[in-house]
Ligand binder design. Structure first.
Ligand SMILES: O=C(O)CCC(=O)C(=O)O
Length: 183
């Protein structure tokens, strides 16, 4: 069967070390975005890195990258070997517990090339991907990588189950020449 994603359950060599880094180092932010004409605080925390000067704009907010700290650079190199692709930006999401989530959406900004390599660290959480009438459900485990076309509708679901913290790192390729990628 031809699936619209590739799931590598134990894709990463040193998931524990990257997770420790995620707890300690990034400057995690509460993000405010525009939705249906209103400003809302997103139910998770975010951070981002990438090639210096690369800008990724979504939901009315500009995100400008300023380089790759280790271990993210090493992780990017590892992923490029696993999946035959390369990225110039990574968006980090921190889901503090089961109440943090991400609603159905598409990452279909003009500047974004479709292929996303999405790394999961920490608690297992439910991910859904929709292609036409089909819905696919994946439980994303610690140290896993899922590769998919970010332009497909997808969501990270909420849960009432007591779950620990989870980090998600989506490696993306932003086209710097697409007009609206720059401020
Ligand atoms: O946390 C996840 O696994 C999903 C993240 C996501 O959908 C996104 O960053 O666009």
């Amino acid at each position: 069967m031809n699936l619209p994603f590739r799931y590598l359950p134990e894709g990463l060599q040193d998931a524990d070390a990257v997770m420790r880094w995620c707890v300690e180092e990034p400057l995690w932010q509460h993000e405010h975005i525009q939705m249906f004409g209103r400003t809302v605080v997103v139910p998770r925390m975010v951070a981002w890195y990438g090639d210096a000067g690369v800008r990724y704009r979504y939901s009315g907010v500009q995100h400008c990258a300023d380089g790759w700290p280790n271990p993210l650079w090493e992780l990017k190199v590892e992923l490029a070997r696993l999946v035959d692709a390369d990225w110039n930006f990574v968006l980090l999401n921190r889901y503090r517990d089961g109440r943090d989530w991400m609603g159905w959406h598409r990452d279909d900004e003009k500047a974004m090339n479709g292929v996303v390599a999405s790394v999961s660290l920490g608690a297992t959480r439910g991910f859904r991907l929709e292609v036409g009438d089909e819905r696919y459900k994946l439980d994303l485990e610690h140290g896993s990588v899922v590769v998919f076309d970010g332009r497909l509708r997808h969501t990270l679901t909420r849960t009432r189950r007591p779950v620990g913290e989870r980090f998600n790192l989506t490696f993306r390729c932003i086209d710097a020449s697409a007009g609206h990628a720059h401020a």
